[in-house]
Design a protein around this ligand. Structure first.
Ligand code: R5P
Length: 310
């Protein structure tokens, strides 16, 4: 392996313990202003020092990440469809290798949609991207995207991860599943696990622990960190599993301790927020005649829960 590629890879997967904590903030590339990621600059700033690398689009990197950071950037270079479009799997490469170099990317990331209408296009794009990126010593992370119509079990994910690795991906990002060990064992390159939709903090810590126990090098987590009301406490708890070998109880205790400390800080804007006796907006959304109540739960909304399937 070329020195540059090896050097970049080792900034993402730490060589001393073969572990990686990647913070994913690239969701806007097809979801737009995702809940709690409406202002990426504010979200990223306090979390950046706790992750090993940031998974980001070029637009957010340029506008919302300080160029003085020493955190490696894993640059998403694929896109082309949005959550309200017809088919999320219709992606192409949208960022040139020259721009990736200007952005000092430590790795390039793109999605493949194995089993979808556009699998051919995305798999061929992966192969081409690997060929191009390797000329410059840049590793490629392949994201095995899942959708409602695609599977999320060990059989499907093993196939998708192996296809990605066969095309030359240097790291594969996938989802945790039952029999996850099977996915890891049949993939010759390191696997990193996505967090998926927001679940209770303890469950997300359990997922992190299980993924590593199952053979993943770490997590590339987004929503379960920045959609938490205590995102810094959460990333630190996740980190304690990835790099500190904490078990779930230890990590959750750390999370609770940090939340507790946070609530005692004098300028904490969340302190006693819900206890304000005269807050006129309190329970506003629960008004019986609120016309917007449950608006998003329209039975015929075709895109409902679409984002939950990523
Ligand atoms: C999805 O395609 C994006 O690449 C996200 O980076 C990925 O889903 C990981 O984020 P989360 O932990 O929110 O699932």
């Amino acid at each position: 392996m070329d020195w540059g590629l090896q050097n970049r890879l080792s900034s993402i997967i730490k060589p001393h313990n073969n572990r990686a904590l990647m913070l994913a903030v690239d969701h806007g590339y097809f979801l737009g202003p995702t809940e709690k990621l409406e202002n990426p600059k504010k979200v990223i700033a306090p979390l950046l020092k706790y992750c090993d690398s940031l998974m980001v689009t070029r637009g957010v990197q340029r506008t919302s990440v300080s160029a003085t950071t020493s955190t490696p950037m894993v640059l998403r270079v694929s896109g082309g469809s949005s959550i309200i479009g017809e088919d999320l799997s219709q992606e192409d490469i949208t960022v040139s290798i020259q721009d990736a170099l200007r952005l000092n990317a430590s790795a390039l990331a793109m999605s493949i949609f194995v089993g979808s209408k556009y699998e051919y296009q995305t798999i061929v794009n992966l192969g081409k991207l690997v060929s191009e990126a390797e000329q410059y010593g840049i590793p490629v992370l392949a994201v095995t995207a899942v959708g409602k119509e695609l599977g999320k079990d060990a059989r499907y994910l093993s196939l998708a991860c192996r296809v990605a690795a066969e095309q030359g991906a240097h790291i594969v990002k996938t989802y945790y599943c039952d029999n996850f060990e099977k996915v890891v064992q049949s993939c010759p390159v390191p696997i990193i696990v996505a967090g998926g939709k927001k679940i209770p903090e303890r469950d997300a810590l359990q997922l992190t622990f299980n993924a590593i126990k199952g053979g993943a090098v770490g997590v590339d987590m987004g929503r379960n960190i920045w959609q938490s009301d205590h995102s810094v406490a959460m990333i630190r708890a996740v980190r304690s599993i990835v790099h500190g070998n904490s078990n779930v109880d230890q990590a959750f205790k750390l999370y609770q301790k940090l939340v507790n400390e946070e609530s005692k800080k004098p300028n904490n804007p969340n302190q006693n927020k819900s206890k304000k006796p005269n807050n006129p907006n309190q329970n506003k959304s629960k008004k019986p005649n609120n016309p917007n109540q449950n608006k998003s739960k329209k039975p015929n909304n075709p895109n409902q829960n679409k984002s939950n399937s990523i």
